[in-house]
Design a binder for this molecule. Structure first.
Ligand code: MV4
Length: 444
C-alpha cells in the first residue's frame, strides 16, 4: 500500500495520472521544469516541486533530481507515464532500491523486454509468430544465404534500433551486398552497436497492438487490440479499437498467446504487445512496450476499464479480478499536435482561443487551457480527442463533428486538426483498408 504518488512526467499524461490517483484517494506530487511552472499538472497536484531547467536532460530525465523530489516529498510511489524515464530499467531499479514503488513492471522485466533478441526468443517459445528471418544478429555471408532462402524483399534492422530507427528495405542480392556494410557502420555510429538482423519484408502491414494488464498474483488480462496504422515517420496520429481487420477468432487466439508471453516474462502492470499484420491477416510479433501508451484511452472507451487506475492497484499489490473482457463499440483517438500542417514541424505558441468539444461519446485528455503558452522544449502533443460510437461509422461521424467543434487558436500557433478531418474523408480509411503507409500516400 502507498499513500502519496510522485508523477514523474508532464503534460496530458501527468494530468491523467493525477486524476486516477485522486479517484483512489491518493495524494500526488508533481515535478516540473522551469518551462512548466504554469502547467495544469502543477496546478492539479497536491504538491509541486521544481526540478530544474527546461531541457529534459536537466529535469524530467534527470534521475538524481527526481529521486531528491521523491525524498523531500516523502512520496512512496512513482508514476512514470510514457517517454522520459518510463522504460528505463536503471531508473526503475533506483526507485525500487529507495523503498518506493515504481508503478510499472519490475526493473528486471523492463530490462528483459528492452532486449529485443531476448523478447523474440520468449515470444517464439510461447508460440507467438515471428517474421521469417534471423532471430539473432548475423554477419554478411549468413545474411546473403538467409535472404536467398526466405526470398526478397527483406529488411535489415539494427539490433539496438527501435521506433523505426535503423530499418532498411532491400530488394535484391545486389542491394544487400551494397547496403549491409553501410547499415552496419550506421548502426555502430548511431547506436554504438553494429549488430544487425534480417527479416522478410512484410508488405502493406497494419500496426496492431494488444493491451495487457497484469497483477502481482499471476493474473494477466488482455484488453483487446488497437490499430495504429495512421502514422507518419513512426509518430502515431490516429489509433482505434477494436481493429475492423481482426476477427473475433483471431483476437482470441492472439490474446491467449499474449497472456502466455506475459506470464513467461513475469510481467506485471500495464503493457502493450506490438504486431505487424499482413494483408492475409497473419500476425508477426514485433516488441513489447512496458509502459502506459498515449493511445490507452481507446481501449478504456471500449472495455470500460480505467487502465491507469488498474496500474496503480496492481502496484499496490492488490489482486485484480476481472470478468471476461467484452469489447463494446468503437473508439478512435486523434492526437492533436501543435505543429505546422505542411512541414509537420512543431509550432508552439500562446493559446488565445480554445473551444473544447463535448457531448455524447466525446472525451478530451489534455493539459492545455486558454492563456497557456505551449513551451517549445517537449513533444508537440497538446490534446487527445477520443470519440466513441456503437459502430465504427458512428465513431467516424462523431470524430468529424467533434473536430469541427475543436478550436485552438493563437498567434503563430498551428495544429493538425485539419489533417484529421481529411483522413476521415478518405475512402481507404473509411473502409478500414489503410496500412502503415497510408499517410505518405495521402500526402502526395
Ligand atoms: C517491418 C516492416 C515490414 N517488414 N518489418 C518500423 C518500426 C519498427 N518497430 C518496425 N517497423 C517495420 N518493420 C518487416 N519485416 C515495416 C515496418 C514499418 C512500420 C511498422 C509499424 C508502424 C509503422 C511502420 C512504418 C513503416 C515501416
Amino acid at each position: 500500500m502507498f499513500k502519496k504518488v510522485l508523477i514523474a512526467n508532464r503534460g496530458e499524461i501527468a494530468v491523467r495520472a493525477i486524476r486516477a490517483c485522486r479517484e483512489l484517494g491518493l495524494k500526488t506530487v508533481a515535478v516540473y521544469s522551469e518551462a512548466d511552472k504554469n502547467s495544469l499538472h502543477v496546478e492539479l497536484a497536491d504538491e509541486a516541486i521544481c526540478i530544474g531547467p527546461p531541457n529534459p536532460s536537466e529535469s524530467y530525465l534527470d534521475i538524481p533530481k527526481i529521486m531528491a523530489a521523491l525524498e523531500v516529498s516523502k512520496a512512496d510511489a512513482v508514476y512514470p507515464g510514457y517517454g522520459f524515464l518510463s522504460e528505463n530499467p536503471k531508473f526503475a531499479e533506483i526507485v525500487e532500491r529507495s523503498g518506493a514503488k515504481f508503478i510499472g513492471p519490475s526493473s528486471e522485466v523492463l530490462a528483459k523486454i528492452g532486449d529485443k533478441v531476448l523478447a523474440k526468443k520468449v515470444a517464439k517459445e510461447v508460440g507467438l509468430p515471428l517474421v521469417p528471418g534471423s532471430e539473432e544478429p548475423l554477419e554478411f555471408t549468413d545474411a546473403l544465404k538467409l535472404a536467398s532462402r526466405i526470398g526478397y524483399p527483406v529488411v535489415i534492422k539494427a539490433a539496438a534500433g527501435g521506433g523505426g530507427r535503423g530499418i532498411r528495405i532491400i530488394r535484391d542480392e545486389r542491394e544487400l551486398r551494397e547496403k549491409f556494410p553501410v547499415a552496419k557502420k550506421e548502426a555502430e555510429t548511431s547506436f554504438g552497436d553494429g549488430r544487425l538482423y534480417l527479416e522478410k519484408y512484410v508488405m502493406k502491414p497494419k500496426h496492431i497492438e494488444f493491451q495487457v494488464i497484469a497483477d502481482e498474483w499471476g493474473n494477466v488480462y488482455v484488453l483487446g487490440e488497437r490499430e495504429c496504422s495512421i502514422q507518419r515517420r513512426h509518430q502515431k496520429l490516429i489509433e482505434e479499437a477494436p481493429s475492423v481487420s481482426v476477427s473475433e477468432e483471431k483476437r482470441k487466439e492472439i490474446s491467449q498467446k499474449v497472456a502466455e508471453f506475459c506470464k513467461a516474462l513475469g510481467y506485471t502492470s500495464a503493457g502493450t504487445v506490438e504486431f505487424l499484420m499482413d494483408e492475409d491477416g497473419n500476425f508477426y510479433f514485433m516488441e513489447m512496450n512496458g509502459r502506459i501508451q498515449v493511445e490507452h484511452p481507446v481501449t478504456e472507451m471500449v472495455t470500460g476499464y480505467d487502465i491507469v487506475k488498474l496500474q496503480i492497484i496492481s502496484a499496490m499489490g492488490e489482486e485484480i479480478k476481472l470478468p471476461e473482457i467484452k469489447i463494446n463499440g468503437f473508439a478512435i483517438e486523434f492526437r492533436i499536435n501543435a505543429e505546422d500542417p505542411d512541414t509537420f514541424m512543431p509550432s508552439p505558441g500562446l493559446i488565445e482561443t480554445l473551444r473544447i468539444p463535448g457531448g455524447p461519446g466525446v472525451r478530451v485528455d489534455t493539459h492545455i487551457y486558454q492563456g497557456y503558452a505551449i513551451p517549445p522544449y517537449y513533444d508537440s502533443l497538446i490534446a487527445k480527442l477520443i470519440v466513441w460510437g456503437r459502430t465504427r461509422e458512428e465513431a467516424i461521424a462523431r470524430g468529424k463533428r467533434a473536430l469541427e467543434e475543436f478550436k485552438i487558436e493563437g498567434h503563430n500557433l498551428k495544429t493538425n486538426i485539419e489533417f484529421h478531418k481529411r483522413v476521415l474523408n478518405q475512402k481507404e480509411f473509411i473502409e478500414g483498408k489503410h496500412d502503415v503507409n497510408f499517410v505518405e500516400r495521402m500526402l502526395v
